[in-house]
Design a protein around this ligand. Structure first.
Ligand code: DX5
Ligand code: ZN
Length: 216
């Protein structure tokens, strides 16, 4: 499988979301990454269901919804209704992660697990066979535009090996500070999904930037 590119709409212009989504529709973006922050799990608040629904009405691209919220179980069916295709929860936010994963799948969504930079990838050993995506955070979640943490490379390698030796079809996503300086190495080490916000939306030509990330 060739890798996927998932632009993070957090870096878009929220006064002109329609323009940004229409731009993504004409691009080679595979998914649209949507960051939901609750001000508790992370020190920032982004937006909720209404904005997600509005985005969903403007695109047929799958929405890759990254929940940076505590107790995500409360809202799984609401995120499905709002248009999520993939629902990613944080390992650090789930006491009964296996149950949460099953609930996401029962709603007909792909289930993903995100790991903060300090969280060891060893924690995936007993859940990897049940999930559709691992999202390795390469910045501390909460804000766009941060610097890529180099240690991420080793985590990608570890998860790739874990997937190879287990009965898992999980995709490996990397989220935070992804740009042309690190994307190729991430793919070579086994990343399947590049999530990128600032490097796409702050570039002179986002459509070309997406195409360049796809062409790696
Ligand atoms: C960080 C978010 C990321 C962020 C990526 O909390 O989960 O998805 O939007 O943005 P950049 O690419 O600017 O680091
Ligand atoms: Zn994200």
């Amino acid at each position: 499988m060739s890798h996927l590119v998932a632009p993070s709409i957090l870096a878009g212009d929220f006064a002109n979301l329609r323009t940004d989504i229409e731009m993504l529709n004409t691009s080679e973006a595979d998914w649209i990454h949507v960051d939901i922050m609750d001000g508790v799990f992370v020190p920032n608040i982004s937006f909720g269901f209404l904005v997600l629904e509005a985005i969903n009405k403007l695109t047929s691209k799958p929405l890759d919804v990254h929940l940076m919220i505590i107790k995500p179980d409360r809202y799984i069916s609401r995120f499905k209704k709002a248009g999520a295709s993939n629902l990613i929860v944080h390992l650090e936010a789930c006491v009964h992660l296996h149950r949460t994963i099953q609930a996401i799948k029962q709603e007909g969504m792909h289930a993903g697990v995100a790991l903060n930079p300090h969280t060891s990838v060893n924690n995936l050993e007993d859940i990897i066979q049940d999930i559709d995506q691992v999202l390795i955070m390469s910045v501390n979640p909460g804000f766009g535009g941060q610097k890529f943490i180099e240690h991420t490379y080793r985590k990608v390698e570890y998860v790739r090996n874990l997937i190879l030796k287990s009965d898992s079809k999980a995709l490996i996503g990397v989220d935070g500070g992804v740009d042309s300086s690190n994307a190729l190495k991430l793919i070579e080490l086994g990343a399947d999904v590049l999530v990128a916000g600032s490097s796409i939306f702050r570039s002179d030509n986002p459509i070309k930037t997406i195409a360049a990330l796809k062409a790696l």
